[in-house]
Design a protein around this ligand. Sequence first.
Ligand code: DNO
Length: 351
Amino acid sequence: MKMIIRWYGKDDPVTLEYIRQIPGMTGVATAVYDVAPGNVWPMESILDLKTEIEKHGLTMEVIESVPVHEDIKLGCGKCEEYIENYKENIRRLASAGVKCICYNFMPVFDWTRSRLHQPLADGSEALVYYKEDVEKMDPRKMSLPGWDASYSPDEINGLINAYQKLGEEGLWKNLAWFVSEIMPVAKECDVYMGIHPDDPPWPLFGIPRIVTNEKNIDRLLDFYDDPHHGLTLCSGSLGCARENDIPKLVRKYGAKHRICFAHVRNVKILEDGSFEESSHLSKDGSLDIYEIMKAYHDTGFHGYIRPDHGRMIWGEQGRPGYGLFDRALGAAYLNGIWEALEKEKTDGTLE
Ligand code: DNO
């Protein structure tokens, strides 16, 4: 496996200088952030990013994410043009040495939480999803850090209505179309496309979400039977639904070479199905991180892995979920488990 971390570009307070000091860090997952969804990324911006990253001894082999325009997910408007642009982005990124692209098919809203700074018992702050609060939220009147902020409340309202009309099967149809269009290009460019599950993995605000569980993942992987059509298997996103047994899913899709990118983090599921993001340590949350890492190890995982959201600790201020300290602790912990697994497999020496 190759340990990487998400980096939000030159404006990220977590600098490449800091990132390279995290033990075992080989590269970053990043994106061109100043181009609106649907458009082609200028080659110059892609190459600038790469040069900057490589100057710090890190790689840019993973892009997270190339966003899928809402018109594609809805199958309307300029979807044909945007899909051609998407293919062009795959070609351009491949020519810059990118090997894996993460994307998602969540209608309108990316990851959703009800509080971004919830104090935990140890004094750290975490992202949490309290069902009771979410029920009272009006997505037209708010914005979260992972969401596309370019829509006005009226536009959001229009999108919500359009998805309600489209329904789950309509969304499936558009995902199937998207996959059948982009995958031949990705395969030809030898780029692994990793779809990220919906976070949280259930419908929100009356609009459908479909990348949510084993049955649905089976269905979507069947759209194009090739390892280039793979998963960004996010333990924290799928893992906040009790029905999803993460080590089992890693074993199943890992054995079929359908996981190209692993997001590993822990969540603590509460009695009513709400959840709090916890530290990566198994005993702090509901997921067994050792078993998850063992499943990757046993299935010979050679893809990219990153620690995911961290809490805010030690007084750090920054982008919720994406500070330096707790994610660095997460990376060190995952590396520690991996080293132990490697040594157990052999006579005690590392490969
Ligand atoms: C949450 C992330 C997601 C992810 C996108 C992938 O922090 O894992 O925002 O990057 O959904 O497209």
